[in-house]
Ligand binder design. Structure first.
Ligand code: ATP
Ligand code: MG
Length: 392
């Protein structure tokens, strides 16, 4: 087994002169990921490549599982790192490499030699031919196929020589922290944890806010959101989770506004509070798990009404997703089991039997004036009494 892994990254290459910023962020994110794995690891950058070198005993499955959660990584390749002791030595090593990594020795292959060090005595094409021939002689059942090889054997000549042929897919995306920060409205449902994962995949760091309505929603419901934040944080990195006591605002809306508009008005206050917290902590947008038409509060008209109270952009990564697509991602990122636990949500408790599906912004705004005598104070109290939980 090797002790070094080449970390391949994709889109980071597109960033021109800013590339090093993205590479450094990737190195940092990889460092944070391996910190949680048993063993000692060195993460380093060398000529636009990132490597993880294991300096002690380690569990490969555990390491790979951790790396598969680092956005920005497109592939993880176990590499054999050889000292350059001449071309004859390299030939012998390559034969041993195939024996170790492809013991069945029955496949089609292509050699891909690259020289980062141009003073190597052979050029890439000469290396391809000579090394291919060595393998053909050593293993009678393998064949060359330059168009669609089963195995692509890469040999990179740098100060040392790197040989690899296996590639484990990474999650793709961009390293977290390279695209600013956003505030996710995180409920205990299926959608918002997936939305958090998706926005974070584009390099966005996240904070989160949960609206809690004790005693109508239980401590268990809150714990469920904390658990979801913890699962998602394996991808997004640490999350600051704000828990807002929303009971008074919700009760006031319940008592003073038309029942069929309750959900929309409640959603508008959630957005206003989330935006306040977002601006306070340098977030550049809000993120929700909304998807067109999923429920009454997510028709185009309802979304327009909710959106109206926000000045920051509202990102809705799931806007055009079907429920099943969302479930598939929730299963992949392991939030599904937690999301479907049956603890009540503050939206379901006060929900009207027939909520409006085509709210008019003007009418909603007019009815919100019913709250004029109390809402300012309640808003202030909700912000001031929030609990902030650091999720690591
Ligand atoms: P989810 O599965 O994410 O709860 P949902 O399909 O239940 O979504 P709604 O309840 O209408 O839809 O909520 C829409 C969005 O509003 C959620 O995706 C989430 O971003 C936000 N939201 C709803 N309730 C809360 C809450 N209690 N705390 C924080 N955000 C919430
Ligand atoms: Mg919900």
């Amino acid at each position: 087994m090797t002790n070094t892994y080449l970390i391949k990254y994709g889109e980071i290459f597109l960033k021109g002169k800013n590339r090093f910023i993205f590479e450094d962020a990737l190195v940092n994110r990889v460092n944070e990921a391996v910190e949680k794995v048993d063993g000692r690891f060195k993460v380093y950058k060398n000529l636009s490549r990132v490597y993880v070198e294991c300096k002690s005993e380690f569990d490969e499955d555990e390491l790979i599982a951790a790396l598969k959660k680092v956005f920005g990584i497109t592939a993880i390749c176990p590499v054999s790192v050889l000292e350059d002791k001449g071309f004859d030595d390299l030939k012998e090593r390559l034969v041993e490499y195939v024996k170790e990594y492809h013991p069945e020795a029955n496949f089609t292959f292509k050699m891909l030699c690259k020289r980062a060090r141009k003073n190597y005595p052979l050029n890439s094409q000469e290396m391809n031919c000579a090394l291919g021939e060595v393998l053909l002689n050593a293993y009678p059942d393998i064949k060359v196929d330059v168009h669609k090889p089963d195995v692509l054997i890469t040999v990179e000549v740098r100060e040392r020589i790197y040989v690899y042929s296996k590639s484990i897919p990474g999650p793709g995306g961009m390293p977290v922290g390279t695209a600013g920060k956003a505030m996710v409205l995180l409920s205990g449902g299926l959608d918002s944890p997936v939305a958090a994962y998706m926005i974070s995949k584009r390099g966005v760091k996240i904070d989160a806010v949960y609206f809690h309505a004790p005693p109508y929603t239980s401590e268990r419901a809150k714990e469920k959101v904390v658990d979801l934040a913890r699962i998602v944080s394996a991808y997004t990195g640490p999350i600051k989770l704000h828990v807002i006591n929303f009971t008074d605002i919700q009760m006031a809306i319940y008592q003073k506004c038309p029942p069929d508009e309750l959900t929309i008005i409640m959603r508008r206050y959630m957005m206003r509070i989330a935006e306040h917290l977002a601006k306070e902590s340098g977030c550049m947008g809000l993120v929700t798990g909304e998807s067109i038409g999923q429920v009454a509060s997510q028709t185009m008209q309802s979304l327009m009404c909710t959106n109206e109270v926000c000045t920051l952009p509202v990102y809705r990564p799931l806007i055009a997703f079907d429920k099943q697509d969302i479930v598939d991602i929730a299963e992949k990122i392991e939030t599904y089991e937690t999301s479907v636990l049956p603890y009540e949500d503050c939206c379901t408790i006060f929900v009207a039997e027939h909520p409006v599906t085509k709210p008019s912004p003007a009418v909603i705004e007019k009815h919100e004036h019913n709250l004029d005598d109390c809402i300012e104070e309640m808003f202030k109290t909700a912000i001031e009494t929030r609990e902030t939980i650091e999720i690591n």
